[in-house]
Write a new protein. Structure first.
Length: 308
C-alpha cells in the first residue's frame, strides 16, 4: 500500500474504535439508567437509539473498508447488496434521530409566545415520534430502489441490454435524487432549529438585561449548550454530505482507493465526532464519562502496582 492509503487506513481504524467506545458508552449508560428507573425519558431514548444506529453504521463502514481494501473477492453482488441495505437503514436512523434531537432541543429549550409553537412544545415527544414515523417513507423507497437495482443486475444479460442500461440509469438517478433531497430536508430542519435557538437566546438575554438580572443564568447556559450541540452536528454533517455526494461514484469504482478512503475517514469522523460532542453536551453523560475515565485510571494504577 502507498503511504497515503496507509495513513488513511490508520485514521479509519482509530475513528472506528473511538466511535464504538463513544456510542457504546452512551447506549450502556442510558440502558443501565433505564433498568434502574424502569423508565426512560424521551431525550435518553433518542440518544440510545442514535448510539445503536451509529454502532451499526460504524460496522457497515469498516466492513466495506475491509472488503474493498483487503478482500475484494468477498464483495460479490449479493454481499454488496446486503451491505448497501445495512448502510441505508443505519444511515437513515442515524441521520433522522440526530435531526429529531435538534428539534427536541428546540421545543424543550426555546421560549416563544406563538400558540403554534406552544402547541408543539407541549407535545414534543409526539412531534419527534411523528417525524421518525414519517421519514420511514423515504427508507421504504430507497430499499425498494435497491431491490430493483439488485434484480436488474442479476438479470443484466437477459432481454434488451440497451433498455436495461437506460432503466438502471433511471433507477440510479432516482436513488441519488431522493438521497440528496432527504439529506437536504434533514439539514434544513436542523439549521432552522439552530437559528430559532439563537433567536430565542437573543430574546432571553434582552429580557434579562431589561430586568437587570444576571445574564449567565441556568436558562442561558442550557441555550448555549444546546446550540453548540446542534451546530456541531450541522458542521460535521455538511462536510460528510458534501464528501458523500462528490465521492458517491467510488462505490462503483473501488479501484480509486484514496477517494474511497477519504470518504470512509469523513464518514467515521462524522459518526464518532458528533457522538463525542453529544457526551460533552449532556450533563449526565459527561459526568459519567469523567467518572469512567477516573475509574479506568485507578484500575491501571492498581494493575501497575500489582505487576511490580
Amino acid at each position: 500500500m502507498s503511504l497515503l492509503v496507509s495513513v488513511l487506513s490508520i485514521l479509519v481504524i482509530a475513528e472506528f474504535v473511538l466511535g464504538n467506545v463513544a456510542n457504546g458508552f452512551i447506549a450502556l449508560v442510558n440502558c443501565i439508567d433505564w433498568i434502574k428507573r424502569h423508565k426512560i425519558s424521551c431525550i435518553d431514548g433518542i440518544l440510545t437509539a442514535l448510539a445503536v444506529s451509529r454502532i451499526g453504521l460504524l460496522w457497515v463502514i469498516i466492513f466495506h473498508w475491509y472488503a474493498m481494501l483487503f478482500n475484494p473477492a468477498l464483495y460479490c453482488l449479493r454481499v454488496r447488496t446486503i451491505v448497501a441495505i445495512a448502510w441505508v437503514v443505519s444511515n437513515h436512523f442515524s441521520l433522522w434521530l440526530a435531526t429529531s434531537l435538534s428539534i427536541f432541543y428546540l421545543l424543550k429549550i426555546a421560549n416563544f409566545s406563538s400558540l403554534f409553537f406552544l402547541h408543539l412544545k407541549w407535545r414534543a415527544n409526539r412531534v419527534v415520534l411523528m417525524i421518525l414515523w414519517g421519514t420511514l417513507v423515504f427508507l421504504a423507497f430507497r430499499l425498494a430502489v435497491l431491490s430493483i437495482d439488485e434484480e436488474m443486475q442479476m438479470n443484466g444479460y437477459q432481454g434488451n441490454i440497451t433498455w436495461m442500461t437506460n432503466l438502471r440509469h433511471i433507477v440510479y438517478l432516482s436513488n441519488l435524487t431522493v438521497f440528496t433531497l432527504v439529506n437536504f430536508i434533514s439539514f434544513s430542519m436542523s439549521l432552522t432549529a439552530f437559528l430559532l435557538l439563537i433567536f430565542s437566546l437573543w430574546k432571553h438575554l434582552k429580557r434579562m438585561q431589561l430586568s437587570g438580572k444576571e445574564t449567565q443564568d441556568l436558562s442561558t447556559k442550557v441555550h448555549v449548550r444546546a446550540m453548540q450541540t446542534v451546530i456541531s452536528f450541522l458542521l460535521l454533517f455538511a462536510i460528510y454530505f458534501v464528501t458523500l455526494i462528490i465521492s458517491v461514484w467510488s462505490f462503483y469504482n473501488p479501484q480509486d482507493l484514496p477517494v474511497f478512503l477519504c470518504f470512509q475517514v469523513w464518514a467515521l469522523a462524522y459518526v464518532s465526532g458528533h457522538s463525542l460532542i453529544l457526551i460533552w453536551g449532556n450533563k449526565k453523560l459527561s459526568q459519567d464519562f469523567v467518572s469512567a475515565l477516573w475509574q479506568v485510571r485507578c484500575w491501571l494504577e492498581e494493575w501497575k502496582l500489582s505487576t511490580l
